[in-house]
Write a protein that binds this ligand. Structure first.
Ligand code: AKG
Ligand code: FE2
Length: 345
């Protein structure tokens, strides 16, 4: 087990600038050193978290024919139910066995990006259950507020102008996933992989987990368990934040093992707007520290990676606004995953 820092973020919502600065620097140091840490006193009530899990559990317990009504493959903008049968292109997923419900920032049906056929933006898909929508929307609001505060704090730590990062998050491609893993009956090896090794593609991930199974790749390239601490969120750095910070912060690879008979988790991915051109922030570049990342469009990066993750998207090759690298993605490697790639070769 690793011992990850636990950072009290109450000061970020308070009115003591010094305490706020200290908390921001603790976050920044953790982001530089490990790329994975816990936050405590985050302000999301344990009751809301429990209700969100309740809504997820109730949904996943529905008969397949009902869940399939909300099948993500029917959605034009990547929302809805992801069945056990959808498969990512991961060679380490030896026992993939999970289902999910994916949603994101809610936009109206007449949103111009949605109308233009954007693969990520638009309205959510909601199951008919009366309280699912209410509970999950409330949870989305709460967790996105925490994400915004963390990004403001990282702006402070990095010495950026106020809003340099957060003003890029007005209509964000920020997803919330409700995940339900089942222990695959065919797996007897206790290190068998359910969700394959990856970095997250966005800025930050705020993950709640209630059961063991998550592992991170530590700096010595060992897979280490992330202890369950239900009162805290686990935060990790994603690809976009790594590029923004010019490599000061690290997107840490992680994966999920096949352990518990059943496991629920809820990652929320803090992200910028689709059309954001991601490149290292100007003030973090100098002659001694030249840009280490080429600029890329946030929406394009997410689309490419989701194509690797979802078979339904790989089948819909022609919808993309962007060229899809490699016809079957078998040889496509995310440049942020050098450490995982190094393990393989
Ligand atoms: O379920 C978990 O603990 C992690 C999920 C995850 O890494 C992801 O969805 O990106
Ligand atoms: Fe992840």
């Amino acid at each position: 087990m690793v011992s990850l820092p636990v950072i009290d973020i109450a000061p970020l919502a308070g009115d003591d600038p010094l305490a706020c600065r200290q908390a921001a620097d603790q976050l920044g140091v953790a982001a530089r050193e490990v790329g994975f840490f816990y936050i405590t006193n985050h302000g999301v009530s344990s009751d809301l978290i429990a209700r969100a899990y309740g809504a997820a559990e109730e949904f996943f317990a529905l008969p397949d024919e009902i869940k399939w009504r909300y099948y993500i493959g029917k959605s034009a903008n990547h929302r809805g139910y992801v069945p056990f049968t959808d498969k990512g292109a991961y060679d380490d997923e030896d026992h993939r066995s999970y289902e999910a419900f994916d949603l994101a920032f809610e936009l109206p049906r007449d949103d111009p990006d949605y109308l233009a056929g954007n693969l990520l933006l638009g309205p959510n898909v909601w199951p008919e259950s009366t309280h699912f929508r209410e509970t999950i929307s409330t949870y989305y609001q709460a967790i996105s507020g925490v994400g915004f505060r963390l990004c403001s704090a990282l702006e402070l730590h990095l010495g950026l102008a106020r809003g340099e990062m957060t003003s890029l998050m007005r209509k964000p491609i920020a997803q919330l996933r409700l995940l339900h893993y089942l222990h695959s009956p065919s797996s007897f090896v206790n290190q068998s992989v359910n969700m394959g090794a990856h970095t997250d593609y966005e800025c930050l991930t705020l993950l709640h987990q209630r059961q063991k199974g998550l592992q991170i790749l530590d700096s010595a390239n060992n897979w280490t368990d992330v202890p369950v601490m239900p009162e805290n969120y686990i935060v990790n750095i994603g690809d976009i934040m790594e590029a923004w910070s010019n490599g000061a912060f690290r997107a840490t690879p992680h994966r999920v093992l096949n352990l518990a008979p059943e496991r629920f988790s809820m990652p929320y991915f803090v992200a910028p707007d689709y059309h954001t051109l991601v490149k290292p922030f100007e003030s973090l570049i100098s002659p001694e520290n030249p840009p280490r990342y080429e600029s890329f469009l946030a929406g394009m990066h997410l689309e490419r990676m989701l194509r690797r993750d979802f078979s339904y998207l790989r089948e819909r090759k022609n919808d993309s606004l962007f060229p899809v690298p490699g016809s079957d993605l078998a040889d496509f490697r995310n440049p942020f995953e050098n450490r995982i790639n190094a393990l393989k070769s």
